[in-house]
Ligand binder design. Structure first.
Ligand code: UD1
Ligand code: CA
Length: 475
């Protein structure tokens, strides 16, 4: 009896598993990612090129995750070590198998055979370079499996170019013909193969074992399983999705187009979720950007990975945020930079040309102009004057600055960390603070001012005389 790695399914009194009751198919994902991607002209494996700042492979894995797969197998080849390292970060339960030589899509899927030993549910094959398949589309495929042994995902191609053609007979798929092997009549077909398919694991691996490479490319085509299945009287169908979902990436131009698709989808989702984007096409989002409703995002804002912006806040124009958290009612920018570890509490104000890194800014605190706050904590309702800098790095180590509540940091204060400024304390403008300031104290740390009467006029006279002398000598 095969051993199942997946957790046992809970059976109820009727003897049906929970999944059967819910009519959910058990699935495993096989994601093909071994190709070289020659046309990317890159040292980075194609599937690791980013879209929305996550590897495109992560997008494919995320779509597939909607099926709640029991196992996920990534077929890697070119750059397999880098692919395996990336996969481990995305989903530590996913397995990576190696396809040493790229002998075709059927050969690629066959590499997952051992990893899927004992799995008797459905296999859904995805491509690592096809990141936009909607989870709903995969759910429709799995649903269509109730009535058919094999389900292929097709699309009406505006320009069928070199895609495989789906030869249909009613809702029955007869076979898939690769462009290279197609006759004129078949080439006229516009219903094309996305490459994505679903079928029972045992059936699929059986069919794949029969695939030969006697075709124009001398490759083992996964598409051949359709005819092989028909020869066994299995029922095969194709369902359609929008062409946009099947967008595959083969070149940098495709990558740029894919980024555009990702961005427009992500922006549309935010608008739908009640976020105001004044100029949506100028806002750049990451795969994991979270923005609460009734937030205003002004033009030209860039979100790196790991940003959460809570409801009712405002991100003003030309700001750059990554790895940070902005609480309700906060206002950031214009021209602000929030770096990883920036943690803004409610109603904080971060103004123009301010950089915040690894620092908590407590409720109602303001850092409005031209400042760097790094490795620090700023207490509630404190005001940080223009040009303040936390000098957090001594060239070897980083040090922290702790500022209490209701403190007032004068403009152009250098806070040489490690240093602390107590609650209600004040620093004089232009101070270089190297020692802790106790609560409610005023710290002045700058040379004291001296005015010398008449000295400016004398100095000007000397300088003018010097200039005239030089001009005479030059003649
Ligand atoms: C394939 C389909 C074609 C479909 C098209 C959609 C076959 C025979 N053809 O063609 O019908 O219209 O996709 O884009 O399946 N890969 C491996 N190992 C291999 C070969 C491929 O991992 O040995 C991976 C590639 O990295 C890629 C995917 O499988 O992600 C598709 O391979 P590719 O060579 O691009 O297939 P196409 O010729 O485009
Ligand atoms: Ca391709």
């Amino acid at each position: 009896m095969p051993v199942t790695v997946a957790p046992p399914l809970a059976a109820d009194k009727t003897g049906q598993s929970k999944r059967q009751r819910e009519n959910v198919m058990r699935t495993a994902l096989v994601i093909l990612a071994a190709g070289k991607g020659t046309r990317m002209n890159s040292d980075l494996p194609k599937v690791l090129h980013p879209i929305g700042q996550a590897p495109m492979l992560a997008h494919a894995m995320q779509s597939g995750a909607a099926l709640n797969p029991e196992r996920t197998v990534i077929v890697a080849g070119h750059g397999a070590d880098a692919v395996a390292a990336a996969v481990a970060e995305i989903d530590e339960t996913a397995q990576v198998v190696i396809q040493q030589e790229q002998l075709g899509t059927a050969h690629a899927v066959d590499q997952a055979r051992d990893a899927l030993q004992g799995f008797d549910g459905d296999v859904v094959v995805l491509y690592g370079d096809t990141p936009f398949i909607r989870p709903e589309t995969l759910e429709r495929m799995v649903a269509a499996r109730q009535a058919h042994d094999l389900v292929i995902l097709g699309f009406e191609a505006a320009d069928p170019a070199r895609y495989g053609r789906l030869v249909m007979h009613g809702d029955r798929l007869e076979r898939i013909v690769e462009f290279k092997d197609a006759n004129d009549e078949e080439r006229a077909i516009t219903f094309c193969n996305s490459g994505i398919l679903a079928g029972n694991a045992a059936t699929l691996f059986d069919l794949i074992a029969q695939v030969e490479n006697d075709n124009a490319s001398e490759e083992y085509y996964l598409t051949d399983v359709v005819e092989l299945a028909r020869a066994r009287d299995l029922s095969v169908t194709a369902i359609a999705c929008s062409e946009e979902e099947t967008l595959g990436i083969n070149s940098r131009a495709d990558l740029a187009a894919a980024e555009a698709v990702f961005q427009s989808r992500a922006r549309a989702d935010l608008l739908e979720d009640g976020v105001t984007l004044t100029a949506p096409e100028t806002v750049h989002l990451a795969f994991d950007t979270v923005i609460g409703r009734d937030t205003l995002i002004e033009p030209n804002v860039v979100f790196g990975p790991g940003v959460t912006v809570e409801t009712g806040s405002t991100i003003r124009a030309f700001s750059h945020l990554e790895g940070c958290h902005v609480s309700r009612g906060a206002v950031v920018g214009p021209y602000a930079r929030l770096r990883p570890g920036a943690e803004l509490a409610e109603d904080v104000r971060i103004g123009n040309f301010v950089e915040i890194k690894n620092a908590e800014i407590a409720e109602g605190a303001k850092v409005n102009h031209l400042s760097y706050i790094g490795d620090a904590r700023v207490g509630a309702a404190s005001n940080i004057g223009a040009g303040t800098i936390t000098c957090n790095y001594d060239g070897v180590m980083k040090h922290r600055t702790e500022i209490g509540k209701r403190a007032f940091i004068g403009s152009n204060t250098m806070l040489v960390a490690p240093v602390a400024v107590g609650d209600g304390a004040m620093t004089a403008s232009g101070s270089v603070i190297t020692r802790d300031v106790e609560p409610d104290a005023l710290a002045i740390a700058r040379a004291s001012q001296e005015n010398k009467p008449g000295r400016a006029r004398k100095l000007f006279d000397i300088l003018k005389a010097r200039k005239e002398k030089r001009a005479r000598e030059a003649k």
